[in-house]
Design a protein around this ligand. Structure first.
Ligand code: ZN
Length: 458
């Protein structure tokens, strides 16, 4: 672990050294790849023995699944996304125990944790534990927009990227087999509503604690004798995805911070995250939880301070930073969530879309604004020249923004604007180590190139 930390330290320095570009997760292309490659070490397929009789399978799909071996049976915590990958994890677990599966515990209702349960229930009838609110995270308030969420999900995770464009998904490996996603879901049979619910299964003492955060229906599992804590998705090695760019309803980030702080009070010897490698060093496990909670809280507090100073989300998103002592922690690097996206989510979650500036109450219709931008530049050709120059000069974000103006102009070269947008997206992707951003840039560029996107988008 120490060696790992040292390696991380060096990479973190690289991030800072290259950190003068527009977005903070943009670095030199070689460094972006090096960082993503290092994060891949968190996602490699392996069985980790986290304590006597406790094993975690990492990298068999996007999330982790764990097995606790008891007297006359085993307990499974989370089941991956589909029965195919779950069966492979179970087969690997069977090298350590062939006892029947007595119980399954769902830490929360996200599909990558519940869809493979049937593979663990072959020739067995396990009790299945979850919180009383189980399922509230799925199919909720925004299900009417599932069609577009589905498309954005594909982009965020790079599901259709060719192999040479794939890196990872932040806290999950690229290239998971999703063909049977959800097929093995089994509904919970025991719903837990009591915080600190205690149970003994196969001679193993377990405690369940309610921990709303990434989802409202989350719990964490505590083994009081072994001092192992299973965090679910409220902790993994990356700055947390307080907002997912595929589109999500507001996630209560204060709940999330509080739930992680509660975990820290248990002083775990071992911390098993919902994704990424378990942390086996007790000192790191405890401080990681404290720091994680503090990081979320700090982003929230800074955002609220900016809001109350009358600032809008664009400005606050560029100002908020993690405190210096948290910035370089390996488990807070922005591989999955990002600070600016978190700021915008908190702003919208607390105040909605309006930034308080009367200018934005009724802004110009996009096409009219584009025409006025062209007039300002001296004409459509001059605006197009500016777009070309931005791309040539490596000012990729500005090139994107100008291409989105040129595309509206009746006398604009829409084909050139499209090509410019594709090139700028790919240039940004090459420099991006936040996996959802990188995957989204690349996926969108590919869609533009193949003509899949409608005129509305281009
Ligand atoms: Zn997950």
């Amino acid at each position: 672990m120490k060696k790992e930390m040292k390696q991380w330290g060096l990479l973190a320095v690289s991030v800072l050294a290259a950190g003068m570009v527009h977005a903070k997760t943009q670095v030199e292309p070689a460094i972006a790849l090096q960082l993503l490659e290092t994060q891949n070490q968190q996602l490699e397929r392996k069985i980790v023995k986290v304590a006597d009789n406790v094993y975690t399978a990492v990298g068999f799909h996007g999330a982790n699944t764990s097995m606790i071996v008891g007297d006359d049976g085993v307990i499974i915590i989370d089941t991956l996304k589909g029965p195919g990958s779950a069966a492979k994890a179970l087969q690997a677990f069977r090298a350590y125990s062939d006892k029947p599966v007595k119980a399954i515990i769902y830490t929360h209702s996200h599909g990558d944790h519940i869809g493979g349960a049937s593979a663990f229930a072959v020739n067995a009838k396990p009790d299945i534990y979850a919180t009383a609110g189980f399922g509230s995270a799925e199919g909720g308030i925004n299900k009417d927009v599932n069609p577009v969420k589905g498309k954005r999900n594909v982009r965020q995770f790079g599901r259709k990227l060719p192999p040479e464009q794939q890196t990872n998904r932040g806290v999950a490996p690229a290239g998971t087999d999703d063909t049977d996603g959800g097929d093995g879901f089994l509904p919970p049979t025991i719903l837990v509503s009591e915080d600190g619910y205690k149970v003994e299964i196969a001679g193993v003492e377990l405690e369940f604690y309610l921990s709303p955060g990434e989802t409202d229906d989350a719990l964490f599992v505590w083994m009081p004798n072994e001092k192992v804590l299973f965090a679910g998705d409220n902790f993994y090695s990356s700055f947390p995805n307080l907002y997912a760019i595929r589109g999500t309803a507001y996630r209560d980030v204060l709940d999330w911070s509080d739930s992680v702080a509660k975990m820290a009070t248990f002083n775990p010897q071992v911390l098993v995250p919902g994704h990424t490698m378990p942390i086996l060093d007790p000192a790191i496990a405890e401080t990681a939880l404290q720091n994680y909670s503090e990081a979320i809280r700090s982003v929230y507090d800074q955002t609220v301070k900016g809001i109350n100073a009358g600032k809008g989300p664009d400005q606050i998103a560029h100002e908020v930073e993690l405190p210096a002592h948290l910035k370089d922690q390996p488990y807070l690097i922005e591989f999955y969530g990002t600070v600016p996206h978190a700021v915008r989510a908190i702003y919208a979650g607390l105040l909605g879309w309006y930034d308080g500036n009367p200018t934005t109450l009724n802004p110009l219709e996009p096409k009219l604004k584009a025409q006025k931008m062209a007039d300002l530049a001296g004409g459509t050709q001059q605006l197009t020249d500016q777009m070309n120059a931005a791309l040539k000069n490596g000012d990729y974000q500005w090139a994107l923004e100008l291409s989105d103006q040129v595309k509206w102009l009746d006398d604009g070269d829409r084909q050139l604007a499209r090509q410019t947008k594709i090139a700028a997206l790919r240039a940004l992707a090459a420099r991006e180590y936040n996996a959802p951003n990188r995957n989204y840039y690349l996926s969108y560029a590919n869609e533009l190139e193949s003509g899949q996107l409608s005129e509305v988008w281009f």
